[in-house]
Design a protein around this ligand. Sequence first.
Ligand SMILES: [Mn+2]
Length: 329
Amino acid sequence: MVNDKDDLYKRILTARGLTEEDLTGSIEDLPDEALFANIDSIAERIREAIIQNEPMVIFGHDDPDGITSTYILYQYLNSCGYQRHSYYIPNRNIESHGIQQRFIDFVREGGFKLVITVDNGISAYNGVEELNALGCDVIITDHHLIQPEMVPRAYSIMNPQLPYCQYPFKALAGVGVALMLIRYLANKWEHPIDPAAYFWAAVGSIADKVPMIGLNRILVRHVLEHFDEVQDHTVQFLLRNYSRVSTITDKFNFVTYTSRLIATAEKKAGITPVCALCCNYRMLKPDCLKSSKNKRIIGKASLTGSLVFWILSRRILWAVCLCIMTMMT
Ligand SMILES: [Mn+2]
């Protein structure tokens, strides 16, 4: 009987493409981030930017994976006390994918000296050339496949798909790569990561539909096991509007619910991710709601509040009610 059970267990694992380690590994077992090619030069360049107080901008892909990547890197640098970093996510209603003229103009006008791409950039050869011509260093962090003829001449590139990259787990989402960068910085600078970064990395990874094996699975399980440590305002806000979360299944459902909200918002929301990231929902006025569909708003606002608004923007009426209540108080 025992053998039958063992056999069944192994068959289930095989059918799902899993190994025993996928189910037992912990966050402490993750590969050393130092195995990422170029990561040390990237950390050094970011440290230099912080020490020199250089203006830096995070350029994110306009999908849930890119939004969460931008969010966790921005928040980590915030937690380090850095105050000159900003972010830019193209508005898919009016801009094409990748580094386009609008962003190059934004960098020129803002006098940015460093661009860090998250979840995109590995094939932005021309865009990086133009940024280089402005005297701006570009760090690429990405997980997309390499097209050798398109690899930009960037300051440095972090991507597990690089042929010379020794990092063993290749199926990371863009936000997984961003998280590994943050983990490396946290280790090097002895400055802890907010547990919420793991939560958003799990959400972004699920939304990006990366295979739930190896590191990705460990990440999601870590979040479920340490769910109560996540004090992020956005998560707390969403939880207040969600049914009771007590069992591990409730927690898993909440993580997948959040990833679906983001994915749905990204596909259907008239209010685009960039507007949502840049508008603090508490400051939102009906005019902004009306115009935000086609207007690109760039700025440095409360990312936490704005992520809440963005998620809520799936429920426009709800957001309008919030605005009215805010104006009345
Ligand atoms: Mn992605």
